[in-house]
Structure formats: C-alpha cells, structure tokens
Design a binder for this molecule. Structure first.
Ligand SMILES: [Zn+2]
Length: 318
C-alpha cells in the first residue's frame, strides 16, 4: 500500500495554532513535516482526497491513480469504529477536493464533514442499500446503531462506490476524465473477477454458518449465501457476555463448525478461548477495516481472496 505522510492542505494558521494548544504531539508533527511533501512531485498538481477508512482509500487510489493524493483519516493499524480526529484533520477537510465517508459509521467524521464544508463529499450511505445489523450478532444493548455499516465487504458495493468516485473526480478535474474512466473500468473488472471467484468458492459448502470476532460480514454472507455468527455485534470492542459465548459454542457444535475466526485489528483472545474449549481451529477472517503488515494481502482484492480461501476450507466447500 502506498503510504502518504499526513499533510496539512492549506490549513489556516489560526486552526493550526489551536491544534498545537490542544496537542503537543500534533504540534511536533507539524514542525517535523517539510513544507514541500517528502515524496516530491505530489500535492500541488494532484487532487487532494480524504477518505474515512481503508476500503475507500483503496478505491480512490485505483480510480484517481497518479492524479490524486489520498489521506486516510484512520491511521494504519487503527480500528475505524471508534475513530477520533485531530483538530488538524478536521481542518484539512475544508481544503480537500473530495471527502469519501459513510455517514452513521464514524460519528467524528460526520461531525467534521458538517463543520468543514468540503468542496465535494461522497457519503456512501446515501446510495448503498444499508442492511440492518445482523440478528446473529450479539445484541450489545446499543439500540442506536441499527444499521450494519460493513457495506464494503460486498465487492459489488465497491463497484458502485468506484463509479461515484469517478464522477466526483471528473467533476473536480474534467481534463482527466478519460484517465478516471479507464482506471475505474480496470478496477470494476478486478472487483467483478473477485466476486466471481468468491461465488465459485463459496456456493456449495457443507457448513453454512461461520463464526467471526465481530459481526462485520453481514453483506458478505448475504452475497455468498452463508450465515454469519458474530461473537460480538457490529461493534468490535465489546466484551462478550458469558451467555453469548455459551450461545456461540452451542451454534458451533450444532453445525459442526471447524474454525473460529478472528481479525487482525482486534484481540484474538475470545476467539482462541472458544476454539480451545471446543477443540476447534482458529483462522483469520479480515473485515478490511485497515491494512497492516499482518494482513493476508497488500490490498482489498488480495485480502478478500484470502478470506474466500479461509472460508472455503473452514466451511468445507466444494
Ligand atoms: Zn466493524
């Protein structure tokens, strides 16, 4: 993955000063940052796009190509559900050419977009069909988040997002319309190829349920005809109750589940303990909420392919 150092796109000095007062570390980050980007020819000539979390970074990178510099508001290795933004990140949104986010998922980003009035925004929740949070996931008692935010785990949703990104970038820079269209066509080919592979891998499986760390795979399960059982609900960092763990164990035994899945960005302790109790295997099923050195692949396509391989094996698919 291309790492782009955090930039301060024409942030007003007054706001920078406020950021320094609030956070010394943010302040020193500024003084370390060279005035021109370390990577050389970036910035001035490129469209500046801020994205809320990894899968949107992947799409904008592919659609925008060399014409675009992307800033991911969620740091690599951070878990996007409980994202907090620095004052300078909030300020940066008022100068970028485009912000790609999903309202209802990260309250800090929703607030920042309202405050910063970006030139253009893409709110994926405004055009994707949102599912209700899975009943199979644990009921964490928070009745406020009734929608499942994990739209990106259905590759066909990424196709739709890519088309919106193409249109927004074209509006920002019509001269590069052809490049954006060509890049999008290639990305759509790749996403459709992934979708075809996953379908063929997961259509005929001896075991239908799969047990995940948090209930991130509702859109994925619906697309590929499987059933997700989240140890946690749609929020990852909740301690599951003893009753929920017992329930998951019962489902695992009744369905002859072979594997308890865990994630790269969330502690595997609960998954491992359930697997140990039942004598089952553990494996990674990655909800792609970020990419790190531990990810099984360097980008969305590769990690999704790894997910398909892991499920194919665990659920005994033919
Ligand atoms: Zn999640």
């Amino acid at each position: 993955m291309r790492m782009i150092p955090m930039k301060i796109w024409g942030t007003p000095l007054a706001i920078l000063a406020a950021g320094c007062l609030l956070s010394l570390s943010a302040c020193s980050a500024y003084s370390d940052a060279p005035t021109a980007s370390a990577s050389g020819s970036t910035d001035a000539t490129k469209l500046q796009v801020a994205v809320a979390f990894y899968p949107f970074e992947f799409v904008v990178d592919r659609v925008g190509g060399d014409q675009v510099a992307v800033e991911n508001l969620t740091a690599p290795g951070a878990e996007p559900h409980d994202l907090e933004l620095t004052p300078q990140q909030v300020a940066s949104l008022s100068t970028v050419d485009l912000v790609v986010y999903q309202s209802g998922f990260q309250p800090a980003v929703d607030t920042a977009v309202q405050q910063a009035h970006p030139k253009q925004t893409i709110d994926t929740a405004s055009f994707l069909t949102m599912m209700k949070a899975s009943q199979d996931g644990a009921d964490t008692g928070s009745s406020t988040s009734a929608e499942d935010p994990h739209t990106w785990l259905d590759p066909t949703n990424l196709v739709t997002i890519a088309e919106h990104v193409r249109d927004a970038l074209t509006q920002a820079r019509p001269a590069d319309a052809q490049a954006f269209a060509d890049n999008t066509a290639r990305l759509v080919d790749d996403l459709n190829g992934l979708d075809t592979t996953l379908k063929s891998e997961l259509t005929t499986c001896a075991i239908t349920p799969f047990i995940t760390s948090h209930a991130a795979f509702g859109y994925f399960a619906k697309r590929y005809g499987l059933t997700q059982v989240g140890i946690n609900g749609v929020e990852p960092d909740v301690e599951p109750s003893a009753a929920r763990i017992a329930e998951v164990q019962k489902i695992a035994e009744a369905n002859h589940v072979t594997t308890i899945f865990f994630e790269t960005l969330v502690s595997p302790v609960v998954s491992e303990s359930i697997a140990n109790d039942l004598g089952l295997k553990t494996d990674v099923l990655d909800p792609l909420e970020g990419i790190t050195a531990d990810s099984r692949g360097t980008n969305y396509l590769e990690v999704m392919a790894s997910n398909g391989t892991a499920l194919h094996k665990a659920n005994q698919c033919s």
